[in-house]
Design a binder for this molecule. Structure first.
Ligand SMILES: [Zn+2]
Length: 210
């Protein structure tokens, strides 16, 4: 039997379920209906975010990662709305208004980075306000912690404006401390690390869409 026909035989008997599981394990998304995701890079314009002493400004890092998340989600067939896609200031109320204009099942994901006067602080935190948003927060959080190997600072509930006034499933990801020399340094210097963060966020979002 030639090698090609052996391969064909293998694929023809390969159970469909196993095939789908393999694709899912490899991180491929299945084209089962598109959702709308509102991506909200924190800060912008005259608001750099965080505190002085960051390795890179929060507004810059948040936008960079959000644009990478957008590319991943669009490649997976999802519709993406950005609250900002350049270095401009956007009021919190306008960010929530973008979410309100999106379909009822849209997911709102705010991208931020952390800062602390204590330079040793590092790790990942993911926030939600209402109970229904907790699953999305957990899905994103788990993947970001696993992808980075960073400290798991937990999924937390908070009354952030963009979460508590939001009518959509809404989460806010704090993707690391820009004031920490190691973690902040990686975010500032390594586009591969920022891509890793973006892939993990997108994967968490897609796990809730499919
Ligand atoms: Zn922020």
């Amino acid at each position: 039997m030639s090698e090609i026909s052996t391969q064909r035989r293998f694929w023809s008997c390969f159970p469909r379920v196993a095939c789908l599981a393999l694709l899912a394990a490899l991180g491929f998304s299945l084209p089962v209906g598109a959702a709308t995701i509102v991506l909200d890079p924190g800060h912008g314009g005259h608001d750099p975010g965080g505190i002085p002493g960051q390795r890179v400004s929060e507004k810059q890092a948040a936008l960079d990662v959000a644009l990478r998340v957008r590319a991943r989600l669009q490649a997976a067939g999802q519709k993406v709305v950005m609250t900002r896609s350049s270095d401009v200031f956007v009021e919190l109320s306008q960010r929530v208004a973008a979410s309100k204009r999106a379909p009822a099942k849209a997911l709102f994901v705010s991208i931020h980075f952390n800062s602390a006067p204590n330079r040793q602080a590092h790790g990942i935190e993911t926030y939600h306000f209402d109970a229904r948003s907790r699953r999305l927060a957990e899905a994103i959080h788990r993947r970001v912690v696993a992808a980075t190997g960073e400290e798991d600072r937990g999924v937390r509930r908070a009354r952030f404006y963009v979460l508590r006034t939001n009518r959509r499933t809404a989460v806010l990801a704090e993707l690391g401390f820009l004031t920490n020399p190691q973690e902040g340094g990686r975010v500032a210097r390594s586009s591969a690390y920022r891509q890793k963060l973006a892939n993990a966020v997108a994967s968490g979002v897609l796990s809730m869409v499919h």
